[in-house]
Design a protein around this ligand. Structure first.
Ligand code: AMP
Length: 477
């Protein structure tokens, strides 16, 4: 296997889906979704995938990458799509691996949406739920299987899935999969796949482990790199409050109330802290749920649905649980604790400022977290604005952009109003892919920039996973 340094040709961002060569059934599904034009990753990836090339995609959730790989794969399957009841007529030809249950469920939902005018079958496979319905779905035949590695291996051991006809493999969020210790599982899965296939690898970052995997897996891949979608600089504003740890909770509650937040994602590092904080602010009268890897799949799905529907105001999450969450128009992200890896800050704030709506990322920073703030500022190449000069009563100030909720119970101000209110505040440049913190700050020309690469993380995996468990205990998903 070898790689070449091919770059995807720059497609004009205004190219239509039809110009990308997609078939009418897919164009109809896209129109049903209301998408008017391809996102940058779609414009770049779809033609390359249709040419049967392998892809190494530097893109995170929120860029539209799911449609970017799903649409061309559906197009490949379309000629054999059929309504036969025989499982033999529905061999598994596409395998999509994701790190988390949430992402698997979301990807499968997308596959169904984009494939709704084609008689193709999809099965989703992840742990933490009853295996029997999955066995049934696999037994009936499914051209597309979306899976987390642990549960897929269970099915392989039980011989309830047949991967001998797979022609297309997608590894989604490869960096997170490797972070979660899935490498051995992925290797075992690769070993049972037919060697001749098209491989698509997507990752937000490219640490050495991901590069090694890419080298093994991909044949002459085309590299595609895009910045997160719909998050141009002016759409996410940042604010830092310097707050001693014991006063954070009061500050959080004051912010939620004072700013009349109706939908806020609150980040902590450890799952036990997520539980505790959720309980505490629930007691303070704010409808809150925690979402992390120890909760059952049903509980996580329910919490997310309650949040999306506006029944829950605050969702307290660990980094790992929030990765891949697709929450449209999330107005606020609060970092109750800063992440220890600065790129996780970027992932966290990537949850807001999406779908063209402005968002705000607020961080409560205790004195002992200053070094993490400095790391983040180094990565973003700018100092984040401070609010309140250390006072913890800032939340009570006049709410910016205070207007009634108008979307799924979330509190959004009209874009113009919020943008005007935000103009005084510099924001992170989302139009650029993020990079490792340089030794000395200074812009690198985007053309010559290598794929984002981060040195192996030194922090313990348990912290990353938001808990005290070992890799093994978190691995099966
Ligand atoms: P993803 O990065 O795949 O998680 O997609 C993020 C969000 O973008 C999803 O909610 C999609 O429904 C939406 N989306 C994907 N492609 C487009 C498009 N071309 N235009 C508008 N929205 C899109």
């Amino acid at each position: 296997m070898h790689r070449d340094a091919a770059e995807a040709p720059a497609s004009p961002p205004t190219a239509s889906f039809a110009a990308l060569g997609l078939i009418p059934e897919l164009l109809r599904a896209i129109a049903d979704q209301g998408y008017e034009q391809p996102t940058p990753i779609q414009a770049k990836a779809i033609p390359v995938i249709l040419q049967r090339r392998d892809i190494m995609g530097a893109a995170q959730t929120g860029t539209g990458k799911t449609a970017g790989f799903t649409l061309p794969l559906l197009q490949f399957l379309a000629p054999q799509a059929n309504t036969s009841l025989s499982p033999a007529r529905h061999p598994t030809r596409v395998l999509i691996l994701t790190p988390t249950r949430e992402l698997a469920a979301q990807v499968e939902e997308s596959v169904r949406l984009y494939g709704k005018h084609l008689p193709l079958r999809t099965a989703v496979v992840f742990g933490g739920v009853d295996i029997d319905p999955q066995i049934k779905a696999l037994h009936a035949g499914a051209e597309i299987v979306v899976a987390t590695p642990g549960r897929l291996l269970d099915h392989l051991h039980q011989k309830t899935v047949n991967l001998s006809r797979v022609e297309f493999l997608v590894l989604d969020e490869a960096d997170r999969m490797l972070d979660m210790g899935f490498m051995p599982d992925i290797k075992r899965i690769l070993a049972v796949l037919p060697p001749r296939r098209q491989n698509l690898l997507f990752s937000a970052t490219f640490p050495e482990e991901v590069r090694r995997l890419a080298k093994e897996l991909l044949h002459a891949p085309v590299t595609i790199e895009v910045a997160p979608r719909n998050a141009p600089a002016e759409l996410v504003s940042h604010l830092v409050y310097l707050v001693p740890a014991p006063r954070k909770r009061a500050q959080l509650v004051r912010l939620i109330r004072g700013r009349d937040m109706r939908q806020v994602l609150v980040f902590v590092r450890m799952k036990r802290d997520a539980n505790r904080l959720a309980r505490e602010i629930q007691r303070d009268g704010i409808a809150t749920q925690a979402i992390h890897s120890d909760r059952t799949q049903a509980e996580r799905m329910q919490a997310l649905e309650d949040f999306k529907q506006g029944r829950v105001t605050a969702l307290v999450a660990t980094d790992i649980a929030a990765r891949g969450l697709d929450i449209e128009e999330l107005p606020f992200v609060i970092n109750y604790e800063l992440p220890h890896a600065p790129e996780d800050y970027v992932h966290r704030i990537g949850r807001t400022g999406r779908a063209g709506m402005p968002g705000e990322a607020i961080s409560l920073v205790a004195p002992d977290e200053m070094r993490f703030l400095e790391e983040i500022e180094k990565l973003l190449k700018r100092k984040l604005p401070r609010g309140g000069a250390g006072r913890d009563d800032e939340g009570a100030r006049t709410p910016r952009g205070h207007v009634p909720a108008r979307h799924r119970g979330s509190h959004r101000a009209p874009a113009d109003e919020r943008r005007a209110a935000d103009t005084a505040r510099p924001a992170f440049d989302f139009t650029r892919p993020y990079e490792p913190a340089p030794a000395a700050p200074g812009p690198t020309p985007p053309q010559s920039r290598p794929l984002p690469h981060h040195a192996p993380r030194s922090r313990p995996t348990a912290a990353l996973l938001g808990g005290s468990g070992s890799r093994q205990s978190h691995k099966k998903s």
